[in-house]
Design a protein around this ligand. Structure first.
Ligand code: SF4
Length: 706
């Protein structure tokens, strides 16, 4: 059970449970024993919190908090309360039956980017050792995988921001491709203030978002591109950079390879052609490159950032590669005061992808098909390397195969709500229904938990100890500030109990997060994401530790690549890529592009934030944003109820007419349940490298509802 810690009695220092900025807060005990959030000074949030952070404590004693295991006696029967022993026995028996019928891969595990490092690590170990299944992946596949793949192939290493967020504060020019930080991470915008005020903030987004408004207010630019053309835009910007003399030729010669091939691919993207394909005027293309190039040449700092708008496509990896090529041509990455980075979304989206939840990776960001990596990790785990399974299915492929021949018959879900957040969500729910056993660990009855056979109530952020790794690769301590409700248990305890029932020795699955972290340090030692030198004691003493940190004397690595990129020759790779169309096209039946995203008051699938009354009131109902003329052509007025229909499903939403919307595009937030689930529409076409689905591009039509 978690111990409650309150060093100094001034409140418990911890971090927000939601996004990857991991804003610092302290938790104090208020009137009636309620936990109260207070913001805390920290380099990332500088004393700020958004509305989600301020209201995070509302879930701690929420009446809909799960406090007892729930089981369903048979399909169609309601969930009923059960004892922990009964629920765990039922799960263990179901897992054994699924593997008896389907072999080791008869069980699948689906993790989450919000789990602590300790839980993510233990979940990967549980899957590979206790279950012996290759079928493990996590919802971070739906967030970060394209940027991670592109970063790895250009820099030899993927860390979202290879520099501290606070480095951006002095930048004079920032190009943000496909991100809306003013709504997703409001305190982040403080770091872009200098660039915005100098007219140097450029935002590429099909919508005129709050972030775009900030850029325009300071004299910056909005590149309002056609959905699905980010790759063409990046190639067009690279073309301008080369053709108009903004490249850093010395940097290209000394620090990179592959420029000629990348330039050859970009030669076809002259400005007028780029304008025709993307809709971004030539003068804005030129002005964007001039802003970045002149800021870098005068040492005033220039950065290029990507986020999900560019990445969540069936060509997301190539799109990020093209953006990285632009940054390399300008000489930005691996240089003090300039750089390229991607914005990690989920709270532990960075750490969650480093320690073994991903289908192709072992702890420390090691590849599961690397014999040396397998031997190292197997040694830490006390098993034979040959006993470890190989790479498994990616997230959507894992879900799509459930209950199919060769697919899993039982699924364990930890920290994810795939019934709302997976692409083609209606189909995914059908696959869940085809399972023999669905088990969900959560602290609220999410839409996925609601259709489970067994629901196990677990701890939430303010009740547990552990670590998180923020969007800049800095490892942070999460601390328990309040005792959990009677009946809830830690996920480490749940995994230990299940492992014991599956015949594992008790000492192999410890339940103390500090003990698990010590093992994680050993498992990651020598790997790309090396945590060997990071300890609870150093973090508790207030040290700022970014990985890699290979020994306890090492100061950590806040800035990567200053001395060289993570290849034997130290040089970054230009990757030559070609623009291609999205996986589906517009036609007379589906004449509009639908794109999806987040709104200020909600987080991810909304399973948590939809329970906070203040956030629900602020966010309002499910809407579809549409240009007034587009709405009129569909026979719709502002405020009317419409259905948005794709080739995969239909979503009901209230029409919100926005004159700034493109005529060919509608936008839907993806936080709502039921028939308001935006992912009923989305396309599971996968990127061939990252296996990222095409969340951001669906062909749709609008229909009036009688
Ligand atoms: Fe900060 Fe993100 Fe939490 Fe908002 S949701 S307070 S931006 S960590």
């Amino acid at each position: 059970m978690a111990q409650v810690s309150d060093p100094g009695g001034a409140g418990v220092a911890t971090h927000c449970p939601y996004c990857g900025l991991q804003c610092a807060m302290s938790l104090q005990t208020g009137v009636g024993g309620a936990t109260v959030v207070a913001p805390r000074e920290f380099p990332t949030n500088r004393g700020g919190l958004c509305q989600k952070g301020w209201t995070a404590a509302a879930l701690l004693r929420h009446p809909r908090r799960l406090v007892s295991p729930l089981v369903r006696d048979e399909r169609g029967a309601p969930l009923r309360e059960a004892s922990w022993d009964d629920a765990l026995d039922r799960v263990a028996a179901g897992l054994a039956a699924a593997q008896h019928a389907g072999g080791s891969d008869g069980v699948a595990v689906f993790g989450g980017g919000g789990l602590t490092n300790e839980k993510a690590y233990q979940l990967g170990k549980f899957a590979r050792v206790a279950l012996g299944t290759s079928n493990i992946d996590y919802n971070g596949r739906f967030c970060m995988s394209s940027a991670a793949a592109a970063g790895s192939r250009s820099f030899g290493l993927d860390r979202g921001l290879p520099f501290p967020v606070s480095d951006l504060t002095s930048a004079q020019a920032v190009l943000l491709v496909g991100g809306n930080l003013a709504e997703t991470m409001p305190p982040f915008m403080g770091h872009l203030g200098a660039a915005a005020s100098a007219g140097g903030l450029v935002v590429a987004d099909p919508r005129r978002t709050s972030t775009v408004e900030r850029a325009l207010a300071g004299g910056g630019l909005h590149l309002q591109l056609t959905p699905g053309t980010d790759l063409a835009l990046a190639l067009g910007l690279l073309h301008v950079a080369v053709a108009e003399g903004w490249c850093d030729r010395d940097y290209i010669a000394e620090r990179t390879i592959g420029f000629e091939q990348a330039w050859a691919a970009a030669t076809a993207w002259w400005p007028e052609r780029t304008e025709r394909v993307t809709g971004v005027p030539v003068n804005l293309l030129r002005r964007t490159v001039e802003l970045l190039g002149s800021a870098r040449q005068s040492s005033r700092g220039a950065y290029v950032l990507t986020a999900r708008g560019a990445e969540q496509h069936s060509k997301g990896t190539d799109t990020v590669s093209a953006v990285i090529s632009l940054a390399l041509a300008l000489g930005l990455p691996g240089r003090t005061g300039s750089g390229y980075g991607c914005i990690t979304g989920q709270g532990n989206g960075q750490g969650g992808r480093e320690h073994g939840q991903k289908a192709d990776q072992l702890p420390g960001y090691r590849r599961i098909d690397d014999p040396a990596a397998r031997a190292h990790v197997a040694g830490v785990w006390g098993v034979e390397p040959d006993s470890l399974p190989g790479p498994g299915r990616s997230a959507y492929e894992l879900l799509d195969a459930l209950g199919q021949p060769g697919g899993a018959r039982a699924l364990l879900v930890h920290g994810a709500n795939v019934a709302v957040s997976a692409p083609r969500a209606g189909h995914v729910v059908d696959r869940l229904a085809a399972l023999d056993l669905l088990v969900v660990c959560d602290f609220v009855l999410s839409e996925t938990a609601a259709v489970a056979d067994v629901v196990l109530p677990v701890l939430q952020w303010a009740e547990e100890e552990g670590t998180m790794t923020n969007l800049e690769g800095r490892v942070l301590r999460r601390r328990a500030a309040t005792a959990p409700p009677e009946g809830a248990r830690s996920e480490l305890w749940v995994l230990a109990e299940l492992a014991a029932r599956l015949g594992q020795p008790a000492e192999r699955f410890p339940t103390d997060p500090a003990v698990v972290f010590e093992e994680l340090r050993a498992a990651s030692a020598g790997g790309p994401a090396d945590y060997a030198g990071i300890t609870y004691a150093r973090l508790d003493a207030g040290q700022s530790l970014h990985w890699p940190c290979p020994d306890v004397e090492h100061p950590g690595t806040p800035r990567l690549f200053l001395d060289g990129f993570a290849f034997p020759d130290g040089r970054a790779r230009f990757v030559a890529v070609q623009h291609r169309d999205g996986a589906e096209s517009l036609d007379s039946a589906y004449p509009l592009w639908a794109t999806t995203g987040r709104v200020l008051a909600h987080y991810q699938s909304g399973a948590q934030t939809r329970l906070v009354a203040e956030l629900v009131a602020s966010a309002g109902p499910m809407v579809v944003q549409v240009h007034p003329d587009t709405a009129e052509r569909a026979g719709l007025l502002d405020g009317a109820i419409a259905e948005v229909v794709s080739r995969r499903g239909r979503v009901r939403a209230q029409v919100s007419c926005e004159p700034s919307m493109r005529l060919d595009t509608v936008f839907l937030p993806f936080h709502h349940p039921g028939d308001g689930r935006a992912n009923l529409l989305t396309n599971p076409a996968l990127d061939p490298t990252s296996r990222m689905p095409e969340f951001k591009l669906s062909a749709v039509r609008l229909e009036a509802v009688a």
